[in-house]
Write a protein that binds this ligand. Structure first.
Ligand SMILES: [Zn+2]
Length: 275
């Protein structure tokens, strides 16, 4: 018998399970109010949204009241967080860190959360210094180079070397479905950034954008190795039964979450080895 939320209702990125890192992406779940919408500042009454949040947190194995969230504004500000921010935005959106679309930390046991519903959720992990970051990259964040901002912030705050970083792009609107208006295309072309222009797919009557390609190339431009950048290539609109998708329209006013929390590393002091 299936419970309301079980592990199959989570998405997990490839290649991260060998690290001391909890991570998960929530989905739509008809067994929960509002299909499991995790947004505490949206259409659901706060008590229902918080109950959903607790249900997901329990499943993932983190403390819902400790979550650290930013107030996402489609910007490129990256906030370094530690114990002092524990719980900011967990229970009240007013407490979330203002004007913040990316969070990075090296604090163990501190759960980070970002919200999306077509924009790209990005997870960046540094297995060498053991640091993690989450970012929310829509077209504005992408054209503003939030990818490069996260890499720079992790380098400055933690001494991360770009070549060590592992990047995962989560479920989000794909190049199959991301039809955009001229104002978006104009902004991308005006950036003059080659990899942004490359990610435009000219069509009639309107052009399409590839946020996965644009962000992958942006991380590579920031020094991340191509082999270390992987997109889930799951389009939220094509898979609207499983993910909230703004573009899918009615019934999709919710948000799903990407959550990450560093766990303690195995003791590294014992170099004697034994058998
Ligand atoms: Zn699609």
């Amino acid at each position: 018998m299936q419970t309301a939320v079980d592990d199959s209702t989570l998405f997990r990125f490839d290649g991260l399970d060998l690290y001391p890192l909890i991570h998960a992406v929530t989905t739509r779940n008809p067994a929960l109010p509002g299909d499991g919408d995790i947004n505490i500042a949206g259409r659901l009454p706060l008590d229902e949204a918080l109950a959903n949040r607790r249900a997901w947190a329990d499943l993932i194995g983190i403390d819902a009241s400790a979550l650290v969230a930013g107030r996402q504004v489609h910007g490129t500000h990256v906030q370094v967080v530690d114990e002092q921010q524990r719980g900011r935005g967990a229970l009240r959106i007013e407490d979330a860190i203002p004007q913040t679309d990316a969070l990075i930390t090296r604090t163990l046991g501190l759960p980070l959360i970002i919200y999306t519903a077509d924009c790209v959720p990005v997870l960046v992990y540094d297995p060498v210094v053991h640091a993690v970051g989450l970012a929310h990259a829509g077209w504005r964040g992408t054209v503003g180079n939030i990818a490069g901002s996260v890499v720079a912030a992790m380098s400055a705050a933690f001494g991360s070397r770009p070549a060590n970083l592992i990047v995962r792009l989560g479920p989000s609107i794909g190049p199959c479905c991301y039809e955009v208006g001229d104002e978006v295309i104009d902004a991308w072309r005006a950036s003059g950034v080659e990899h942004l222009v490359e990610a435009i797919d000219p069509r009639e009557p309107r052009d399409y954008l590839d946020l996965w390609r644009a962000n992958s190339l942006a991380f590579e431009a920031a020094g991340v190795l191509p082999d270390h950048v992987e997109s889930s290539e799951i389009c939220t609109r094509c898979h609207a039964e499983r993910y909230f998708s703004r573009r899918a329209g009615q019934g999709h006013r919710g948000l799903f979450a990407t959550i990450a929390q560093l766990q303690p590393r195995p003791y590294e002091g014992d170099v004697q080895g034994d058998d």
